[in-house]
Design a protein around this ligand. Structure first.
Ligand SMILES: Cc1ncc(COP(=O)(O)O)c(C=O)c1O
Length: 420
């Protein structure tokens, strides 16, 4: 069968596709592999109890269930929920936003498809603009979103070596060029895959650079404040008319309900809503229905800070301690400073095999991780060994499972280095 050029993009190997397939297969495999590969958030019991209760209320209130499942929302999304979100952000951060500044999408992944293709690609049929990712490694899910070739440009970061086997990526402003080929600048904060939090100073400089070029700064806040708040370092949330902020209910506990939230100036919201109408008529209604009370009351911020953040922080600390102990001093392993999100990013300097081979070896031993090479969309320099020396490990799952998986990784890594 012949596919169009557009179709061929999806018919080839796609990192995010491979990852989601692995995740799906793992859920039904027997014996199940130790799943340290996906981006699935944990099932946090307190949060699930809140949603269960809310679902029961919907079911028991006369006509409510029928209303929630039986009507399309507008392409912008559930109006009452959007109003509650605007109030929450005004109250929490003092941002001057109203409902006209917010659109819902079917997951924030969907929002990135719309936003990236809105600001990069061909302009006036001629000039080709790119999305600049100022600091790679960056989220695998961006990689295939652009409809034009040569869609992303990403920059190699500075690496700051820290104590206790840690390191941190920093934006290398000396190399970063926001020129007239850049259509928007985007980063995730906290970053998937590394757990990095781009610092307030870095955000401020990136904002200045984007403003000087007259292009938007897109901040992917899938793990950030005020929800789900899986962030362990100090970071000031920012928004203004030149910033597009993307949020999601997924990591708060509703990944299956596909609810993304875009905050932007109203012209952008209007176009994103139009794009939703073309791509899927309307965003799903169930996520907003389940989360409405939490947002309206502001409880979503409290639950995020008091339940979700400590839940993941404990897991991160435990995983780091175990790796430090089990890997031993002879192996040149470093861990990116865990500042948020669900992952540890492990760097094995001068790894004798590629990270892709390491992924395969671990898969054979029954542990799924993600090879780090996927996370450099738009990076031209193929000669940077670092790209093939890292893996992403999720610590969000059950503690026993994570412990076994990390032990298996430690054993395999020691074997690989001993084969030298
Ligand atoms: C950084 C980042 N952005 C966006 C997404 C997309 O999430 P969703 O489409 O579930 O909102 C993810 C999912 O893992 C992510 O890690």
């Amino acid at each position: 069968m012949k596919f169009s050029d557009f179709g061929k993009r999806f018919a080839g190997e796609i990192g995010i596709g491979e990852l989601m397939d692995d995740l799906g297969d793992a859920l039904v495999a027997d014996p199940a592999p130790l799943m340290l590969g996906g981006g699935n958030p944990a099932h946090v019991p307190e949060v699930q109890a809140v949603f269960k209760k809310r679902m029961e209320d919907i079911l028991s209130k006369d006509g409510e269930f029928e209303r929630v499942i039986g009507n399309y929302d507008t392409p912008q999304g559930a109006k009452a929920f959007i109003g509650a979100l605007a109030e929450l952000f005004r109250g929490e951060f003092g941002w001057g936003i109203g409902p006209e500044n917010i659109a819902l999408t079917n997951g924030s992944q969907n929002a990135f498809f719309s936003l990236f293709n809105l600001f990069a690609g061909k302009f006036d049929g001629a000039i080709q603009k790119q999305i600049l990712l100022p600091l790679a490694p960056e989220y695998i899910g961006y990689a295939e979103v652009g409809l034009e070739p040569d869609f992303f440009r990403s920059a190699r970061p500075d690496i700051e070596i820290l104590n206790d086997r840690l390191f941190k990526y920093r934006v290398d402003f000396d190399q970063l060029k926001v020129d007239d080929r850049v259509g928007a600048v985007c980063f995730s904060r906290p970053t998937n895959p590394t757990g990095n939090v781009v610092t307030d100073q870095e955000v401020s400089r990136l904002r200045d650079l984007a403003n000087a070029q007259g292009v938007p700064l897109i901040i992917d806040n899938a793990y950030g404040t005020p929800f789900p708040n899986i962030i362990f370092s100090e970071a000031q949330p920012v928004w203004d008319e030149n910033i597009i902020l993307s949020l999601s209910l997924s990591k708060f506990g509703l990944p299956s309900l596909r609810t993304g939230i875009v905050i932007a100036r109203k012209e952008i919201i209007r176009v994103v809503s139009r794009m939703t109408s073309v791509l899927s008529l309307a965003p799903g209604s169930l996520g907003p229905a389940l989360a409405y009370d939490l947002v309206k009351s502001g409880e979503i911020t409290r639950v995020s800070a008091e339940t979700i953040q400590p839940f993941y922080r404990k897991k991160a600390d435990r995983a780091v301690a175990q790796l430090r102990q089990e890997i031993g001093d002879d192996i040149p392993m470093r861990i990116h400073k865990p500042e948020g999100a669900l992952f540890l990013w492990l760097w094995f300097e001068e790894l004798p095999i590629s990270s892709r081979e390491l992924y395969q070896r671990l898969k054979q031993k029954g542990v799924l991780v993600v090879s780090g090479h996927y996370f450099f969309p738009g990076m031209q320099q193929d000669n940077w060994p670092h790209k093939n020396e890292c893996i992403r490990v999720t610590y969000a799952q059950d503690d026993e499972l994570v412990k076994k998986g990390l032990s298996q990784i430690a054993t395999e890594i020691k074997e690989i280095y001993s084969e030298l």
